[in-house]
Design a protein. Structure first.
Length: 327
């Protein structure tokens, strides 16, 4: 029997070969890598680019391969234990570049504002305004694509480790913007509104808090599933701890596609930081709460939830499968 071989010349051919067998491009990649304008410009004074956006399927596959390959190469070796740390860095690199592009777009926004204030109707000024707006739109477009890749890399990290990836600081925001050509003032107003909505998602809020020691994943995820079944548009707000109950809730949110708001401690408040965070959660006017036994902060939140009459689910350590005793 003759063995048929195929020569692969570059990554795009690898992507095409694998995609034909296994890959379905997600809606998020299809949207993020859809060209919103005919031309782009990534820096002041640079030439306009008319080339296409990267292929969405190839971008999705390349992102996943970057993370998975690290685990595959190190699995069953003496370096297996550090695969997660290296993969975390890969996801963080996407996050950092997305932040850099966002900062550059903010600078372009300031340039647009300056040009609007000094508008004299001249052709030179109008040309500069159009260039600044194109630059801002192009940076926004690139930022959304990189943020989409970061989100997918984070999902792959979660699938490999069972732990949600979390950035060292700041919010994770990714939402494809409308890229229609509009007047400069309207463009700035729309950009402000998009950023505000991305950081303040609309929907009924369910608050969640628990200790850093928790073993029974199923107990919490089943209750979260039940809450989401009743409140499909729910937004989950947690106390942002990177292990225990909050990590379980974050992993569930990533898997179920639920918007997550992670409230970090404001260390400047010292010993009051945890209680201030509880107050922030309650200020969201939650429609429901899930509080698991942990420290005095969870006890305080449970008391406040009861006092405000918020429908709540309370779990003690002893409620876990296996009957772990409360400390």
């Amino acid at each position: 029997m003759t063995k048929v071989t195929r020569t692969i010349r570059d990554f795009s051919e690898i992507a095409d070969l694998i995609a034909a067998e296994t890959m379905t491009t997600s809606d998020s990649f299809s949207a993020a890598f859809e060209a919103g304008q005919d031309v782009s410009r990534i820096g002041f004074g640079e030439e306009e680019l008319t080339s296409d956006m990267p292929d969405a399927t190839e971008a999705q596959l390349a992102t996943e391969m970057l993370v998975r390959t690290m685990f595959d190469v190190l699995r069953d070796t003496r370096m297996e234990s550090i695969a997660g740390r290296l993969a975390w860095g890969i996801v963080h690199s996407f996050h950092k570049v997305a932040g850099q592009l966002d900062g550059e777009a903010d600078k372009a926004t300031l340039k647009i504002k300056e040009l609007i204030r000094s508008a004299d109707g001249s052709e030179v000024m109008m040309g500069e305004l159009e260039e600044a707006q194109l630059l801002c739109q192009s940076l926004d477009e690139a930022r959304e694509a990189v943020a989409c890749m970061r989100d997918h890399a984070a999902q792959t990290y979660l699938a490999e480790t069972g732990r949600p990836w979390s950035s060292p600081r700041g919010s994770l925001v990714s939402s494809k913007r409308t890229a229609s050509v509009i007047a400069a003032q309207d463009f700035l107003a729309a950009r402000r509104q998009r950023r505000a909505e991305a950081h303040s998602p609309q929907g009924p809020v369910v608050i969640f808090s628990g200790g850093q020691v928790w073993e029974d994943h199923a107990l919490l995820t089943e209750r979260l599933d039940a809450v989401k079944a009743r409140i499909p548009a729910m937004v989950l707000a947690t106390t942002a701890q990177d292990k225990g109950c909050d990590a379980i809730a974050a992993a569930w949110a990533a898997r179920s596609g639920t918007m997550l708001i992670a409230f970090m401690l404001d260390r400047r408040l010292g010993k009051r930081a945890g209680f201030a965070r509880n107050e922030q959660l309650l200020a969201l006017r939650p429609v429901e709460a899930i509080v698991c036994e942990g420290s005095g902060l969870q006890s305080h939140l449970a008391r406040e939830v009861r006092a405000k009459g918020v429908p709540a689910h309370f779990f003690a350590l002893k409620d876990q499968h296996g009957g772990q005793a409360a400390a």
